[in-house]
Structure formats: structure tokens, C-alpha cells
Design a binder for this molecule. Structure first.
Ligand SMILES: Nc1nc2c(ncn2[C@@H]2O[C@H](COP(=O)(O)OP(=O)(O)OP(=O)(O)O)[C@@H](O)[C@H]2O)c(=O)[nH]1
Ligand SMILES: [Mg+2]
Length: 218
């Protein structure tokens, strides 16, 4: 198996979940370091990228933040195609948003065998302020996460709690398992062509990061 050494890599992450669970706020908190607050509902999807270091490798996270509204559901498949990680968001204070998680798990397992699933209960600050607002018990989500052999996080985009941890974990999991993904399998063709592809994807990452401001201007 060839070593990836210090070469950079990039992969696709998608956010999924019911309308208003806080997907856009989660991504904005991570990429911009602030709480977006009063944001408009996403139309279709928004794209941002962020470069991080994970397990000693430079990794570009290409994040597709999808719309939760039912009216865009048929398009969502297009956005999660080829994703290596999906953040399935639900609102800790809203029970029906958790029911949607099962739907998304089914969709991904059926269509994207290489996509790892991360459960993310959002708006933890509301629970911390008043525990009676909790609508999804921690152990219930934990059981699903255990079945999926994946991680479960509870986050707050308002305070920033655990937000960085979700994406860092995703980056590290990708690096740890990178040789199992088709895009990192050794190719039969000559190495020159492979080197060219790597250079190109790095370039692409830089350009897309610059587009961040406009992505969230809605
Ligand atoms: N208190 C609190 N409110 C949050 C948090 N995250 C999001 N919100 C609020 O929840 C609402 C919806 O947030 P969005 O990020 O737009 O939700 P979304 O999942 O992207 O929604 P769609 O784009 O319609 O699918 C907004 O009013 C946010 O201010 C959080 O961590 N804490
Ligand atoms: Mg949104």
C-alpha cells in the first residue's frame, strides 16, 4: 500500500436533517467561528470548504449544507452522492426532527456504502438552560449510534460546544480509513497522472474557501 505521506487529501461531507434543526448554523459556526443566528432557510444547498490538519495530514473538508425542506428532498440525493461523511442533524428539543434520522440512515445505507454517518443533536444550549426542553433522551440517540458503529455528538452552535469536535473527528476518521475508499486505491495508470489530480484538488480547495461569504449570504 503506497503511503500518502504529507500529501493533502480532500473529501465530501454533507449535512442532512429536517428543516430548522440548525445545519447551516453548525457549518457557519465551524467555518466562520460565529453563531449565524437569524438565518434564512437554505435553498437547495450551500457549499463551503475548510482546510484542517488531521492525524498529521492536510485535509480539505468540502462541506455541502443541504436544505431540510421537503420540497428539496428529491435534489438532496444529488448532494450526498459521493459523500464520505454525513452529519445527520436533529434538534434536541424537537422530537419529530429525530424521527427523520431513521429516514436518512436508510437512504444513505441504501445508496452510499462509503459514507460514514455521524449523529448530531443540535441546540444543546437550550437544554442546558432548561432541562425540561429535552425531547430526545441521550441514550436513545446513543443506541442508534452504537448500531451504526459511529459517533454521537450533542452540539450548540450558539456556544460552539462540540462543533469543532464533530468535524475534527470526521477528518480523522477519513484519514484513518482513507485506503479503503475507491478514490485512494492504487491506480494502474502511471503515477504522473495521479500527481496531477492531487495538485488540482488542492487548488480547487483554496478557491472554494474564498467563496464562503457568498455561500451564506441568502
Ligand atoms: N439556541 C440555538 N438556536 C439555534 C442553534 N442552531 C440553530 N439555531 C436556530 O435554529 C434556527 C434554524 O437554524 P438553521 O441553521 O437555519 O437550520 P437549518 O437546519 O439549516 O434549516 P434549513 O436550511 O431550512 O434546512 C435558526 O433560528 C437558528 O438561530 C443552536 O445551537 N442554539
Ligand atoms: Mg440551512
Amino acid at each position: 500500500m503506497p503511503s500518502t505521506g504529507t500529501l493533502a487529501c480532500s473529501f465530501k461531507i454533507v449535512t442532512l436533517g429536517k428543516c430548522a434543526v440548525g445545519k447551516t448554523c453548525l457549518v457557519t459556526r465551524y467555518v466562520c467561528g460565529q453563531f449565524a443566528g437569524d438565518v434564512d432557510s437554505t435553498i437547495g444547498a450551500a457549499f463551503v470548504s475548510k482546510k484542517i490538519e488531521a492525524l498529521g495530514k492536510r485535509v480539505t473538508l468540502n462541506i455541502w449544507d443541504t436544505a431540510g425542506s421537503e420540497r428539496y428532498q428529491s435534489m438532496t440525493k444529488m448532494y450526498y452522492r459521493g459523500a464520505r461523511a454525513a452529519i445527520l442533524c436533529y434538534d434536541l428539543t424537537e422530537r419529530t426532527s429525530f424521527d427523520k434520522i431513521r429516514y436518512w440512515v436508510g437512504e444513505l445505507q441504501e445508496n452510499e456504502q462509503h459514507c460514514r454517518i455521524y449523529l448530531c443533536g443540535t441546540k444543546k444550549d437550550l437544554i442546558d438552560n432548561d432541562t425540561r426542553t429535552r425531547a430526545v433522551p441521550q441514550n436513545e440517540a446513543g443506541i442508534i449510534a452504537q448500531d451504526l458503529r459511529t459517533e454521537h455528538f450533542e452540539t450548540s452552535s450558539l456556544t460552539g460546544e462540540n462543533v469543532e469536535a464533530v468535524f475534527q473527528r470526521i477528518g480523522e476518521d477519513y484519514v484513518r480509513n482513507m485506503h479503503s475508499y475507491p478514490e485512494n486505491q492504487p491506480k494502474q495508470e502511471d503515477d504522473t497522472q495521479q500527481a496531477f489530480h492531487i495538485g488540482k484538488s488542492e487548488e480547487k480547495g483554496t478557491t472554494s474557501s474564498c467563496a464562503l461569504g457568498s455561500c451564506f449570504k441568502r
